[in-house]
Every structure is written in structure tokens, then in C-alpha cells.
Design a protein. Structure first.
Length: 347
């Protein structure tokens, strides 16, 4: 059922290509190849894969042996995506990983070395450790979902082994928590910049910038806020589909708004949305402003950290700050607060 061919590579080394072909009634129904540096490794792989394919044939699962990782990623995006409510980052990452060589590998034949090689190549390209490691998260979700939903005999052990090895090498790490605070000088520069009329821009960036600092709202939350979701007499606003570790869809929460935030809201023109603008355009305008002003390493999301820290500095307790930020975990909220030692008063 399998053959091994010896091939001379361009660099002068020898490779051993193991090929497996399965036929039914004279028609090839499955084929795959793998090349190794040593012949005994090629023989070992071929014996293992032939045994796996025999079991899959007996269970009527042979058709799934041809599914590549890219096929499963595409299925995952088309089947799970429409109802999962993913953010732009995950959707873009899933589309991107379909373009890498690992996407052409049969999913049931993936090895820990495949995952290690993929991450190492991503790092060579310039991807950060946390970014490259995030690919492993998406691979795990795709393979786990395909195994359960499509009855494909996929083992997650190679992925787990690869993650352990890459962590031990410090090739992948968890994302570092940012501790960037907005300085008083940067605040003055941004206010002055956004206060200057720009005939090309229709977005009230000064109001949006100050609203973010007054409410600790995320960029996409600001653009989703509706007039109907505001209760002035209670001093609260409502948000739909608030970010949550496990259930974002339908997660409707009320958040506290102080007088400064209401003053900003009340000068906006009435319509369906309070800030009817594209979040990506807001982000782009903020990045342009920082570049013009020479402000480095400041993201729009850092304004949420800044707003949270200011609430603590005003004397609000952690359970009270959570009513503004809508954090589910107090541990996460505690890490969001980047307090300056010099700002703590003597009591």
C-alpha cells in the first residue's frame, strides 16, 4: 500500500519520501506523502499511517482522511462563524492561517513538528511571540470542533506537545499586560489637536476621545451606543453583546455614566446612534494624531486603562469601578488599574 523513494535534494542531502495510496475498485480514494531525512523514520511513519487508515476505513471515516487543515478552517469559518459572533481579529486570523503551508497538511496526520515548524516560521517572519502562539489557539478550536461535529478522529496530543515544547523554548508566550498611562502633556496635545477644525474629517474626535476617558468604553462599544439605551434619570447607559469570556451574544449590561460623560452625549445630534461612526475610522484618526504629535506606543484601547485608573484614583472601590467598566473578573480589573505611586495621597 505504501512505497518509499530516495530523492537527492538540491543541497546534496538525501531525502526519503514515503507515499501511501488507497484504491477502491481500481480508483485512488486517498493519497498522501511525507519526506524524512532518515529512511527508518519514513518506514515508521508509513506503518503508523497505514494502521490509522485501516481503522478509519473500517469505521467508514476514510473520506475525512483527505481533509486538510485548511479545509477544516474553511468549514469552521463558514459553519461556526455566522452564529459565533467573532470579532474582527479572530475572523482575520482564520483567513490568514489558510495561506500557510501547514494548511495543506491532512488534518488527521498533523504532528507536533508541523505545529512547531509553523510557529517558528511565523517568528522568522517577524510575528511576536504572543501573536504566533495565538495561531495554536485557533488550530485547537478548529480541530476540536471538527472532531466533535464531523466525527473526524483527530488527536489534539500533537498540538499539546508542540505548545509545551514552544513554551519551554520561550518561542511563544502569553500576551503581556500593557501598563501605558496617558501623560498630562499628551492629554493636552491630543485635546488641542482634536479641537482644531479639519475640513476633511466628519468624526468629532475630541468628543469621542473625552467620552472614552469619561466612561472607560471600548472603541466598538462607543460606536454601538444607542440613544434608546440611555437612562438619564438613573445615570446609566445600556450596552448589548458586552464582551464576555464565554457568552458575548445577548449579554446586555448597564454601566454608570458620570456628569462629564452626559455633557458630551447631550451635544451630539439626535439619531439612532449617539456616535454613528466607523470604529476603524476612529482608530485610524487616533493613530494619525499620535503620529503627528510624536506620541509613541499609545493605543486607543489604552484610554480604557487610563479611565479605569482615574476612577480608582478618585477613590472608587473595585466593586464600584466594575459598574463603570463592566469587567466580569475583579482580578482582571485589578490588573487594568495602572496607579501611579506619586498620585496616592497621604491619609
Amino acid at each position: 500500500m505504501g512505497t518509499i523513494q530516495t530523492r537527492r535534494r538540491k543541497d546534496g542531502t538525501t531525502g526519503y519520501t514515503a507515499s501511501i495510496r488507497l484504491k477502491e475498485k481500481g480508483v485512488i480514494v486517498h493519497s498522501e506523502t511525507e519526506t524524512f531525512d532518515r529512511k527508518q523514520h519514513a518506514q515508521e511513519w508509513m506503518r503508523r499511517r497505514e494502521a490509522e487508515l485501516d481503522k478509519m476505513r473500517a469505521r467508514g471515516q476514510l473520506g475525512s482522511a483527505k481533509d486538510t487543515l485548511g479545509d477544516l478552517v474553511r468549514w469552521y469559518r463558514d459553519t461556526i462563524g455566522p452564529t459565533a459572533g467573532w470579532g474582527r481579529t479572530k475572523a482575520a486570523d482564520l483567513e490568514r492561517i489558510q495561506r500557510y503551508p501547514i494548511a495543506n497538511r491532512p488534518a488527521v496526520a498533523l504532528t507536533s513538528q508541523d505545529f512547531v515548524d509553523h510557529v517558528m516560521s511565523r517568528r522568522v517572519e517577524g510575528a511576536a511571540a504572543a501573536t504566533a502562539g495565538n495561531d495554536l489557539v485557533w488550530f485547537g478550536q478548529v480541530l476540536r470542533s471538527a472532531g466533535h461535529s464531523r466525527n473526524i478522529p483527530i488527536s489534539l496530543e500533537p498540538l499539546s506537545a508542540a505548545r509545551h515544547e514552544l513554551s519551554a523554548r520561550k518561542v511563544v508566550v502569553k500576551s503581556a499586560w500593557r501598563d501605558r498611562r496617558l501623560t498630562a502633556d499628551e492629554d493636552k496635545k491630543l485635546i488641542a489637536h482634536f479641537s482644531t477644525p479639519d475640513v476633511r474629517a466628519s468624526i468629532p474626535m475630541l468628543d469621542i476621545y473625552q467620552f472614552a476617558l469619561a466612561t472607560a468604553r471600548r472603541q466598538e462599544e462607543i460606536t454601538r451606543l444607542r440613544w434608546d439605551d440611555l437612562e438619564r434619570e438613573k445615570g446609566i447607559g445600556w450596552l448589548n453583546d458586552v464582551k464576555h469570556p464565554t457568552r458575548k451574544k445577548g449579554n446586555r449590561k448597564a454601566f454608570r455614566m458620570l456628569q462629564g460623560a452626559w455633557a458630551i452625549v447631550e451635544r451630539q445630534p439626535r439619531g439612532e446612534l449617539v456616535f454613528p461612526y466607523d470604529g476603524r475610522s476612529i482608530g485610524a484618526a487616533f493613530r494619525r494624531a499620535c503620529k503627528v504629535l510624536g506620541i509613541e506606543n499609545l493605543h486607543f484601547h489604552d484610554l480604557r486603562h487610563e479611565a479605569t485608573s482615574r476612577l480608582f484614583e478618585r477613590g472608587y472601590q473595585i466593586h464600584e469601578v466594575a459598574q463603570f467598566t463592566l469587567h466580569q473578573s475583579w482580578q482582571t480589573l485589578r490588573r487594568y488599574a495602572q496607579l501611579r505611586p506619586e498620585d496616592l495621597p497621604e491619609r
